[in-house]
Design a binder for this molecule. Structure first.
Ligand code: G6P
Length: 571
């Protein structure tokens, strides 16, 4: 799962220009990066582009391809970094996706004498092209052959040394072509070049393209040229860190404003879409599909919808195969990026079973938005920190709005939570010493318990478990020892929550309550709300601040945690 970016232009551009575009895709992975150009330059580095961009030797070229990597096949090494090449270093390839039958293809190529330098699945592509060109095919025919016999997902850019041509091909992984004044940009998503052009063409599956400095052609897998028109898109303003230390805290602090923007938009420009989805979900079963934080927003959303009498369930997208959707199901994909491969695969399956597809996304023009009959945009603006915060809050609020509930006071409630962030900072200085943290919730609170535990894990690297409070006594309570922190989410002195919390306290746990009525534990954070649904959304913000300050106290790389990526575009 990676980002790819290429440019081909009539006048030379610098490697810095190429890398500036690639840097905008860094949220897709930051294990290593690299680029190749028509002048023969091939540069690779371990680590993120941001750390190197000012140190790279500047060179000029008219064609270049580049790649930022999140390792799947093969460790984080220079050899495994893209671009990859064939035996004679004639073809250079960058790839996002996974070639599922690469071992079979590799064995075949090895038996024909090809020598591989990496452990990646990607390296089969340049060798495959080399082999078939050697046997007399044109590069274009070799590409068609690859599309035919390869299995798996790919967005690929291929260039030939000293030539001003980029070949591109796509299946499942996103790929978009941008029109520039003096040439073309091509990338995993429009964000890579949204500062340069807003005229784009999205590729469909099994298409390939041949792009030169003046022109381009897009073809289906049989080589038939396809006529596609450029579309224009609008993009929100770009974010920068300003005076904040991390994007994460900036994005948490932006939540009240983002919620105000969302409510305005749902009441006005998105009103029709909301009405249409609301009518659909009244007569169909709702099945949310999502991953990670978006799944937790969906889980919270199922409680909101059920409370409004709507039959709703949520499934982790990679487990979708265990669910049965049909024409009476409204599948709602919830995704910040709109590009998560597990969600896309689930939607393809849902579409095949005639379910109605809707979505709630943050990134406009994303694949998931384009796959949906109806899509709500949560208008949170660009979210840069890998761990999702303001988007989680927006997703939960959008689902609550769909349920018909009033959310006008949410903005004020979030404001009041954020104003007390120093209280959370203080307690996090204590929490950061823990080896394990348990987070307990019930009903809506269970979704929050899972989300708060995830936030703590992903950015502080402390082991945290989010649990149904009532289930604790059936096993996990064996792990409670004196001094173990338990974060308990208690609304209106819920008796079941209090019993479960007491059971841990009896074994020496230190209780950190997120509540609306003070609980006599080691520490309380009181959210001033009698509205149960808004309370739980605000509890998410409290959890985000706990995770942030805990990770900060530990000196973690908060915005780019190890091993993670913001958009996971592989299965
Ligand atoms: C990755 C990110 C998570 C995110 C999840 C789903 O795992 O690290 O923060 O929640 O993907 O992403 P999506 O873009 O579909 O919301």
């Amino acid at each position: 799962m990676c980002g790819i970016f290429g440019m081909i232009r009539q006048s030379p551009f610098s490697s810095n220009e190429l890398l500036q575009g690639l840097k905008r895709l860094e949220y897709r992975g930051y294990d290593s990066f690299g680029f190749a150009s028509n002048t023969g330059e091939l540069t690779k580095h371990i680590g993120s582009i941001s750390d190197f961009i000012d140190k790279i030797n500047q060179s000029e070229a008219t064609t270049g391809i580049s790649h930022t990597r999140w390792a799947t096949h093969g460790g984080v090494t220079l050899q495994n970094s893209h671009p990859h090449s064939d035996c004679n270093e004639r073809f250079f390839v960058v790839h996002n996706g996974i070639i599922e039958n690469y071992e079979e293809l590799k064995n075949e190529l090895l038996s024909r004498g090809h020598v591989f330098k990496s452990q990646t699945d990607t390296e089969v592509i340049p060798h495959f092209i080399e082999e078939h060109v050697k046997s007399g095919l044109s590069i274009e025919d070799a590409i068609k052959m690859f599309i035919k016999i390869s299995k798996g997902t790919f967005a690929v850019l291929l260039m030939e040394k000293n030539k001003n041509i980029i070949y591109a091909m796509k299946r499942d992984s996103p790929l978009v072509l941008g029109l520039m004044k003096d040439g073309f940009a091509i990338a995993s998503d429009i964000y890579a070049f949204s500062n340069i052009t807003n005229r784009v063409i999205f590729f469909d599956d099994n298409e390939y393209a041949i792009i030169n400095q003046n022109d381009f052609g897009i073809y289906d897998s049989y080589g038939k040229q396809i006529k596609k028109d450029f579309m224009t898109f609008s993009w929100n303003k770009e974010e920068n860190l300003g005076n904040y230390e991390h994007y994460m805290i900036k994005e948490i602090i932006e939540e009240p404003v983002a919620i105000e923007r969302l409510i305005n938009s749902l009441n006005n420009e998105q009103h029709d879409t909301v009405e249409k989805i609301s009518s659909l979900i009244k007569i169909r079963k709702v099945l949310f599909v999502a991953c990670g934080t978006a799944y937790h927003a969906s889980l919270l959303g199922t409680s909101f919808l059920r409370f409004a009498g709507i039959n709703a369930d949520a499934v982790i997208a990679s487990e979708y195969q265990n669910y049965m959707a049909d024409k009476n199901t409204c599948v709602i994909a919830v995704s910040q990026s709109g590009e998560t491969m597990d969600v896309i695969k689930a939607l393809q399956a849902a579409r095949a079973s005639s379910a109605v597809i809707c979505s709630i996304v943050n990134v406009p023009h994303s694949t998931i938005e384009r796959m949906s009959s109806l899509s709500i945009n949560i208008k949170a603006g660009q979210e840069i920190c890998v761990a999702s915060t303001k988007v989680f809050t927006g997703q939960a609020a959008a689902i609550l709005y769909l349920s018909g509930a009033k959310i006008v006071t949410l903005q004020k409630l979030l404001d009041s939570v954020i104003k007390q962030k120093d209280v959370i900072k203080k307690i996090s200085e204590d929490l950061c010493k823990a080896r394990d943290i348990y987070v307990l919730g019930k009903s809506e609170g269970y979704a929050l318990a899972r989300e708060i535990a995830l936030k703590i894990k992903e950015i502080s690297y402390i082991h945290a478990e989010g649990m149904m409070a009532g289930e604790l006594k059936h096993g996990t309570i064996a792990l409670i020892e004196p001094g173990v922190p338990v974060i308990s989410i208690i609304f209106n002195n819920n008796e079941d929550m209090i019993s479960s919390t007491k059971e841990t306290e009896a074994r020496g746990a230190d209780i950190f309550a997120i509540t609306n009525k003070p609980y006599p534990g080691k520490w309380n954070f009181v959210i001033d709300s009698e509205d149960k649904k808004l309370f739980f959304i605000a509890a998410g913000t409290v959890g985000q601040l706990i995770a942030y300050y805990t990770a900060k106290a530990l000196g973690r790389p908060i915005d780019k945690p190890r091993n993670l990526a913001k958009s996971v575009t592989v299965k």
